[in-house]
Design a binder for this molecule. Structure first.
Ligand SMILES: Nc1ncnc2c1ncn2[C@@H]1O[C@H](COP(=O)(O)OP(=O)(O)O)[C@@H](O)[C@H]1O
Ligand SMILES: [Mg+2]
Length: 186
């Protein structure tokens, strides 16, 4: 059963260290300020919970994305905006999420691999290059960039807050915020 108007899912995909989590965190308060219930579904956090049983092989990554898509569907149909920050490297997984959720905004966090490698937030590129870990996306595991994302955000010359502002402006322009009761045009 749904309550009120449906929300939609903002699905941020990109390489490790592209900026997904940082931008997602900046998006939440901006969506809440516009009267939406919004929450972050971060891949790493979900791996500590319902995906704790999964590894980084293809099947595990697909299962992980499918679980996040399922959660997002429940949230979106109850009027919330799930903000998903997940590498989600495979086109098929993202297509599955799109079909599952319906109202789906694919945001490609487009940061070049060399920039991600310099950021290397968790030191994983370094470990992968040294052969200490396997199945690292961008190194020895594929990343399939979106072909027709609703939004592409570049992060190189922006702050995370500026990237979030850009996404909010694009969502607005594309009409995703229309029809929220009590917040005309918000
Ligand atoms: N415009 C930007 N958007 C997002 N992150 C940025 C941006 N500019 C620099 N960064 C930095 O890049 C790093 C991205 O890390 P993180 O958000 O954890 O990436 P991911 O979740 O994609 O692995 C952070 O240290 C962040 O401060
Ligand atoms: Mg992250």
């Amino acid at each position: 059963m749904t309550r009120g108007p449906p929300g939609f899912c903002i699905w941020l995909t990109g390489l490790p260290s592209a900026g997904k989590t940082s931008i997602g965190k900046e998006l939440i308060p901006r969506l809440v300020a516009r009267g939406w219930y919004a929450d972050l579904l971060d891949g790493d956090e979900i791996r500590l919970g319902i995906s704790a049983d999964l590894g980084f092989d293809r099947k595990s990554r697909e299962t992980h994305a499918a679980r996040v898509a399922f959660l997002s569907k429940l949230l979106a149909r109850n009027g919330a905006i799930p903000v998903v920050t997940l590498i989600s490297p495979y086109r098929t997984s993202r297509a599955h999420a799109r079909t599952t959720i319906g109202r789906f905004v694919e945001v490609y966090v487009n940061t070049p691999l060399d920039v991600c490698e310099v950021r290397d937030v968790k030191g994983l590129y370094k470990k992968a290059r040294a052969g200490q870990i396997k199945e690292m996306t961008g190194v020895d595991d594929p990343y399939e960039p979106p072909e027709q994302p609703e939004i592409v955000v570049e992060t190189q010359n922006l702050t995370p807050a500026q990237s979030a502002e850009f996404i909010i402006a694009e969502l607005d322009r594309q009409g995703w915020f229309a029809g929220k009761p009590g917040s005309p045009g918000s």
